[in-house]
Design a protein around this ligand. Structure first.
Ligand SMILES: Cc1cc2nc3c(=O)[nH]c(=O)nc-3n(C[C@H](O)[C@H](O)[C@H](O)COP(=O)(O)OP(=O)(O)OC[C@H]3O[C@@H](n4cnc5c(N)ncnc54)[C@H](O)[C@@H]3O)c2cc1C
Length: 281
């Protein structure tokens, strides 16, 4: 599969009208039929759903067997039965297409099921959830990039009031400079957490907790920094002549998709306390 799908661009379709944070609640079905699976259901908020080469769809082989029966399927663009119904209008990331996609008797080769086709009730949800171990650090990186752009711009706007060598003691700086240094420290902490989680993913070390920590910190810090930069630049920051207002809008989604701030904190708490998802909701 790695060889077959190498170099292609895939969107990820998990969210449904009745299921967001609780991805175990998906209702899209996959029914085996000879050498194919037949998908039926509706996916919403699919980033790149219209433009990508394929869509990776989470569907259940058997709703009665719970989360263990959820598998992901690669559906190539143009497959009969898969239809982009509409694109969403959004607060930010407007250059990104966000699609509602229906699947009506959509037939995909059985070889397009990613991972193990067996339903392993003991392993549960772990297979498909490993997706997030790789994608959450990347969303953290997006938040860090967005915040960095805002920080660089605000430092440019106020360059005459900042000490480029950082030699002025913190308590003797202006309040403006102190706020910018504080943001830089938070930004650096988020960046290091992201690098750690990404390094663990690259080196095939279990990183679910670190991926959530990085995503929670970077998502939150990204929102705080981009909005604070609008605040510091005030009317200049709010106007569309500057990109500061765009980055503030764009950064919000980075604390929502791939699991919200609250969901990341829940996952971290479960890992720290050794609780299962049914024990700590
Ligand atoms: C622009 C955009 C792009 C997206 N791209 C994709 C994509 O490519 N693929 C995809 O599958 N999905 C995508 N999504 C969907 C996104 O992942 C979901 O919106 C997100 O997971 C939250 O789900 P929800 O919107 O249903 O909110 P809900 O799950 O209804 O949550 C509402 C609020 O309740 C909180 N909450 C929920 N459960 C708990 C809990 N147990 N404890 C504490 N608080 C809780 C949440 O944090 C949130 O604040 C996208 C969404 C947007 C807006």
């Amino acid at each position: 599969q790695l060889e077959r799908f190498k170099g292609t661009w895939a969107a990820m379709a998990i969210t449904e009208p009745g299921c967001g944070s609780d991805s175990a609640a998906i209702r899209t079905t996959a029914t085996k039929d000879g050498d194919d699976y037949i998908l039926n259901g509706e996916k919403i908020f699919v980033t790149s759903g219209e433009r990508a080469d394929s869509v990776v769809v989470w569907a259940t082989l058997d709703k009665k067997l719970g989360r263990a029966a959820i598998k992901s399927f690669v559906v190539a663009k143009g497959t009969p039965g898969m239809k982009v119904e509409r694109l969403e209008h959004k607060l930010g990331i407007k250059a990104s297409d966000t699609a509602v996609i229906s699947f009506i008797d959509c037939r995909v080769p059985a070889a397009n099921l990613l991972g193990n086709p067996e339903i392993d009730v003991a392993k549960g949800f772990a297979g498909v959830m490993e997706t997030f171990d790789n994608t959450r650090p990347l969303v953290a990186a997006m938040a860090i990039g967005c915040a960095k752009a805002s920080l660089e711009r605000i430092k440019e706007i106020f360059k005459d009031q900042l000490d480029p060598d950082y030699t002025t003691p913190y308590l003797q700086t202006s309040n403006l400079a102190a706020q910018i240094y504080r943001m830089e420290a938070e930004w650096e902490a988020a960046r290091l957490l992201m690098i750690k989680a990404t390094w663990m993913a690259d080196n095939k070390k279990p990183n679910s907790k670190e991926a959530s920590i990085a995503k929670a910190k970077a998502g939150r810090v990204g929102n705080e920094i981009t909005l604070k930069c609008v605040e510091l630049a005030a009317s200049v920051g709010y106007g569309e002549d500057e990109l500061l207002e765009k980055w503030a809008r764009d950064s919000k989604i980075l604390d929502i998709f791939e699991g919200t701030q609250q969901i990341q904190q829940l996952i971290i708490a479960r890992r720290e306390l050794g609780k299962s998802s049914s024990e700590l909701k």
